[in-house]
Design a protein around this ligand. Structure first.
Ligand code: BJW
Length: 240
């Protein structure tokens, strides 16, 4: 049995990290075309690096919440019963890992890493990113960028994600607006493979018809409640 969990910015909102498209979302205050495209980085690297420096500082001050912790517990409990939980996040934060999740697939990259555009190596990076600095691995100058996936770039780990969607028995989307391709199509792909589908969100997501079940509420309440029910069902029936 395989469980596929997709998380988005809403799972980290109650840890104090802004979402993108909500009322106080980042894309309400800034245009993604100025901050999250390869062209924006080429045009004004200082603006883009400043945006990511501020977000990295906010991330270092943030803590995982009860939703992150419930998903870490679910992974442990399922794994002890021989069930795989594949946790795929669109988030660039590391709050799932800090809550105890062991396997996290970051399809849009990781804020606490830098990548060299010359040698393609990634490096742990917790400070502000220097402007025009040389890559410590290959020495190329001005080649470091945040290890995040911008619009028009290919998300990471797609082969593995597709394989896990195709074998999912249960698909759960948590705190994502479902507006960004390719994550927006995951629910249909999992459903076509025969998975039951659940959405957990503060408000219903546009692709409602693709979900068998919807749970509306803040992630810190709705996710622990859903995890508790899944585990209780497993203990009584032995399957999901
Ligand atoms: C709560 C809550 C609480 C709040 N509890 N819930 C036209 C031009 C150019 C490109 C395109 C185009 N049309 C389509 C495209 C493709 C484009 C795309 O989809 N654009 C659309 C926006 C139109 N996609 C891409 O370019 C992607 N690449 C690509 O498609 O490559 C080709 C390809 C082909 C075939 C296969 C595979 C690929 C790349 C997308 C990269 C996205 N990058 C960003 C920035 C990452 C770095 C960073 O963090 O800065 O990723 S954009 C941003 O959106 C970020 C997020 O991961 C992503 C998704 O957002 P998310 O997580 O859903 O957040 P929100 O804010 O939208 O929603 C929050 C939700 O939480 C809401 O529903 C709330 O209700 C809820 N919520 N509080 C529970 N407490």
């Amino acid at each position: 049995m395989n469980v596929f969990v997709l998380t988005g910015a809403g799972v980290s909102a109650e840890s104090g990290l802004a979402t993108f498209r909500g009322k106080d979302g980042m894309w309400r205050r800034h245009s993604p075309f100025d901050l999250a495209t390869p062209q924006a980085f080429k045009r004004d690297p200082d603006l883009v690096l400043s945006f990511y420096d501020a977000r990295r500082r906010a991330l270092l001050a943030a803590l995982p919440n009860d939703a992150h912790r419930a998903l870490a517990r679910l992974e442990t409990e399922l794994s002890s019963r021989g069930i795989t939980l594949f946790l795929c996040t669109q988030n660039v934060d590391d709050l799932h890992e800090r809550a105890g999740s062991q396997e996290v697939t970051h399809m849009h990259g990781e804020l606490r890493k830098a990548r060299c555009t010359a040698c393609d190596q990634t490096l742990a990076w917790d400070g502000d990113m220097p402007r025009g600095a040389a890559c410590p691995r290959c020495g190329a100058s001005g080649s470091l960028r945040p290890h995040v996936v911008w619009f028009e770039e290919m998300p990471l780990h797609m082969e593995r994600i597709d394989a896990m969607l195709d074998r999912a028995d249960l698909f759960v989307a948590i705190g994502t607006s479902g507006t960004v391709h390719p994550a927006s199509r995951f629910v249909e792909q999992a459903r076509a493979a025969g998975a039951s589908t659940v959405e957990i969100n503060l408000q219903p997501y546009g692709r409602g018809a693709a979900f068998d079940e919807r749970r509306i509420g803040p992630a810190t309440r709705a996710v622990p409640a859903w995890v508790g029910e899944v585990l209780a069902k497993l203990d009584s029936a032995g399957n999901l």
